[in-house]
Design a protein around this ligand. Structure first.
Ligand SMILES: Nc1nc2c(ncn2[C@@H]2O[C@H](COP(=O)(O)OP(=O)(O)OP(=O)(O)O)[C@@H](O)[C@H]2O)c(=O)[nH]1
Ligand SMILES: [Mg+2]
Length: 253
């Protein structure tokens, strides 16, 4: 095995949720149905006390299914904060690898075993990508796809990343890779955690691989992406650049 890394046996799939009661049960079913040779898949939902009771559904399910876990967060809400805490918990639970994905079925579960195989083949981080050959962005309006493409170009140039899809929140990490980027010190409050961790992974010279995915538009529930969050993402890219110049990239403050 490359780099003398451990064989992957335990995969914890982290899912940050905010008002995903229409999706979370179905998604959990799909994730628990995944099969990998000698691999156990578990689900860790990081919910910010959603008003629609998503956390309650997961809490009930966790009582009867040992592969389902809830991280019930009641303060410091945010996609970034929840993602960070979920990764930290997955490491503490002893995961060999951790996946991050959205709850809205934009990230089809069937790609997860392929991503894990890529980790076994030597990658530290695998991105589910719309930007490589075979990858697609299905069902989203032209304007939304263009925004994603432009954002991607901006991030690639500003952060010097030679990755085709910098915005994909569908990824698989080796536990050692999450430790290498000091995931516990991630500072993004919102969705910009996706770019922050990618930038840090590149800084740590991790082996990053992209696999093509068909990204599917959300069918159930509501998007929590707002114009404000989109703008915060652009500002965060500048902050990442600044922090790396100022030598404060690896600290939380
Ligand atoms: N824990 C937590 N999860 C969140 C928060 N905001 C969003 N999420 C989750 O993060 C994932 C991505 O959010 P989406 O609303 O789908 O945002 P998006 O994918 O950028 O936007 P769309 O393309 O419109 O779906 C989903 O699983 C959300 O439930 C939050 O504040 N806290
Ligand atoms: Mg979404």
């Amino acid at each position: 095995m490359p780099g003398g890394e451990r064989k992957i046996r335990r995969v914890i799939i982290t899912v940050p949720t905010w008002n995903e009661s229409l999706n979370i049960q179905l998604l959990t079913d799909a994730l628990l149905a995944l099969n990998g040779k000698d691999i156990v898949y578990e689900v860790l939902v990081a919910d910010d006390h959603s008003p629609d009771g998503t956390w309650k559904l997961v809490e009930d399910r966790a009582k009867t299914d040992r592969r389902v876990h809830l991280l019930h967060r009641t303060e410091d809400r945010g996609r970034g904060r929840a993602g960070r805490d979920a990764f930290v918990k997955a490491l503490a639970m002893g995961a060999d690898a951790a996946v991050e994905m959205d709850a809205d079925f934009s990230h089809p579960p069937r790609y997860i075993p392929i991503m894990i195989q890529k980790l076994e083949d030597g990658a530290d981080l695998v991105l589910g990508s719309r930007g490589v050959e075979g990858g697609r962005d299905l069902g989203r309006p032209f304007l939304r796809r263009m925004i994603t493409k432009l954002a991607n170009l901006y991030i690639r140039v500003m952060l010097g990343l030679n990755v085709r899809d910098c915005n994909s929140g569908f990824r698989a990490w080796r536990a050692s890779a999450l430790r290498a980027v000091s995931v516990e010190n991630t500072f993004s409050q919102g969705p910009a955690i996706v770019q922050e961790l990618l930038f840090k992974a590149r800084r740590r010279k991790l082996n990053i691989t992209e696999i093509p995915i068909e990204f599917v538009e959300r069918e159930r529930g509501e998007s929590s992406l707002t114009f404000g969050k989109l703008m915060q993402g652009y500002v965060m890219v500048l902050r990442l650049r600044w922090r790396s110049l100022a030598g404060t990239l690896w600290t939380r403050q």
